[in-house]
Design a binder for this molecule. Structure first.
Ligand code: AMP
Length: 505
């Protein structure tokens, strides 16, 4: 039996170290393999069949990462969800993806049972905890033998669905096949020269493509190990850095680290590579990191739907402010966003990509899928960019108005809808403004009826039960009216200019 992704990710000798945690636990690749077999048995007993979705909304832990591989091993489809999501948000994902099993943190089991009961297909609930709270999934798994007959899966079978925020305020599930994930991890491993000697400092969340696939898939393919931290916390990262050979981060990691006196040549002396992605790294941060440590950060560009598309080179110039040339095997072109005509080098246009890395479409959304692919198979990313004569790509903006705050994507529309639903609000416009810590700060410009007596604090508090913390506005500005063009469209660019310095003072 072959299972394309699982077999490749578990080919390392069992005695080798897979990861060590912040509290000193050390798990080998043999431990990982055993855990996936034990968990897979529990999953099958809970009714998981090949092609079924298994939703996971649990805190980061080695077992949470093993769950991803256990799901793939059963032939099912892994569906990770951000633990910051509210019950209302989770209800949407469960309703849309129709999972047969929902794995949740023990502290949220009552809520999860309620959500599962409301789904069409009658979803089961199991729990997986951290810090000594094993939960029902792991407790059951511990009683099982290691042997499990891996379910056969081919390259075009789905391995995961990751939800991306939608421009219309509704998230879409990006369907990723075994081939999509494996081909990209293989080429990144080679491109960035990962080997069994590597130790990756892993402080990213594991419900997003960056920490889940880019980081952990590459290391598993290379047979290297990870220092697995529950989250980014500058002190813990600096404690671990001297033992790491590589680090992957979002730009916020680097903007925070450069403020730390311990971030210097000594603590980073053992590192061979620092990688940044998920949002633009300021050229200034790039220069500050180099000044303090001597390392030139390698910036790359990708997205949930496409895995990684471009990367600055390992050898050769890493140019600040660019995301480098397309990766080998990834075709990238720039087109006129209106006509789709391919543009010559040097002109700004819509970035389109094609290759084994590109996803299989949006879950149960054939029209949306069709709208985002050209007939020749190129995917329209929604990012605007330009290609230089050296072949390097620079991202110049986002056609879709996405806000990226601390590495997380926030689509204004979703936040606007939540604000507009509050009593007394007439309308709102949500924009991203440059923020020294988060890259961009979610900012709401709100028109309210004076009689309602709404305040900035009141609006932020009212959104608490509606939106995950990272989506809530950092500031709410109450105004009398929104600027509009002749067609009635709100002029967000004008708002961004007007409030540009809001977070810099
Ligand atoms: P996600 O699907 O959450 O990974 O978000 C993907 C989006 O993040 C892309 O479409 C880009 O807009 C943005 N992005 C990712 N990496 C970079 C980068 N290095 N520079 C600028 N934007 C980036």
């Amino acid at each position: 039996m072959t299972n394309v992704l699982f077999d490749a990710l578990t080919a390392t000798a069992p005695g080798r170290l897979w990861l060590e945690t912040h509290d000193g636990r050390r798990l080998t690749y043999g431990d990982l393999y055993t855990l996936t077999g034990q968990m897979a048995q529990v999953l099958v007993e809970a009714g998981v069949r090949p092609g079924d979705r298994v939703a996971s909304n649990v805190e980061k832990s080695p077992e949470a990462l093993a769950l991803y591989l256990a799901v793939v091993r059963t032939g099912a489809v892994f569906l990770p969800l951000n633990t910051a999501y509210t019950a209302a948000e989770l209800a949407y994902f469960l309703g849309d993806a129709d999972p047969v099993l929902f794995v949740t943190d023990p502290s949220r089991v009552a809520e999860a049972e309620g959500l599962a009961a409301a789904t069409r297909g009658g979803c089961r609930v199991l729990t997986l905890g951290t810090d000594g709270q094993a939960g029902s999934l792991l407790t059951a798994a511990m009683g099982r033998r290691a042997a499990f007959e891996t379910v056969s899966r081919g390259p075009d079978d789905l391995a995961a669905i990751l939800y991306t925020s939608g421009t219309t305020g509704r998230s879409k599930g990006a369907m990723l096949s075994h081939r999509n994930l494996l081909s990209n991890a293989l080429l990144l491993k080679d491109h960035w020269r990962f080997t069994a000697d590597d130790v990756l400092l892993h402080a990213l969340p594991i419900y997003h493509t960056h920490g889940l696939f880019v980081a952990s898939n590459i290391l598993a393919l290379a047979g290297g190990s990870m220092i697995f931290l529950p989250r980014f916390e500058a002190g813990a990262v600096l404690d671990a850095l001297p033992r790491a050979t590589t680090m992957m981060g979002v730009p916020t990691f680097y903007t925070r680290l450069v403020r730390e006196p311990r971030f210097n040549r000594e603590t980073t002396g053992h590192l061979r590579l620092m990688i940044s992605g998920s949002a633009p790294l300021l050229a200034q941060t790039h220069a500050e990191v180099e000044g303090l440590t001597g390392h030139r950060v390698l910036e790359r560009y990708g997205m949930t739907e496409t895995n990684m598309n471009t990367s600055n080179p390992y050898e050769g110039p890493r140019i600040a402010g660019t995301v480098g040339p397309p990766l080998p095997g990834v075709e990238l072109r720039l087109t006129d966003p209106e006509t789709g005509a391919v543009l010559p080098v040097g002109e700004i246009g819509m970035i389109e990509v094609r290759g084994e890395n590109v996803f299989r479409g949006y879950w149960r959304q054939p029209e949306k899928t069709a709208a985002e692919f050209r007939t020749d198979g190129f995917f329209i990313t929604g990012d605007l960019g330009v290609i230089g004569h050296d072949g390097y790509v620079t991202i110049v903006g986002r056609g879709k108005d996405l806000i990226i705050t601390g590495g997380f994507n926030v689509y204004p529309k979703e936040v606007e809808e939540a604000i507009d639903a509050l009593p007394g609000v007439i309308e709102s416009a949500v924009i991203g403004l440059q923020h020294p810590d988060f890259g961009e700060g979610v900012t709401a410009v709100v028109v309210a009826s004076p009689a309602a007596g709404l305040s900035e604090k009141g609006i932020i508090a009212a959104l608490e039960s509606q939106l995950a913390a990272f989506k809530r506005p950092k500031r709410v500005l109450l105004v009398e009216s929104l600027p509009r063009n002749a067609m009635g469209k709100v002029q967000k660019a004008q708002l961004r200019d007007r409030y540009a310095g809001l977070y810099s003072g």
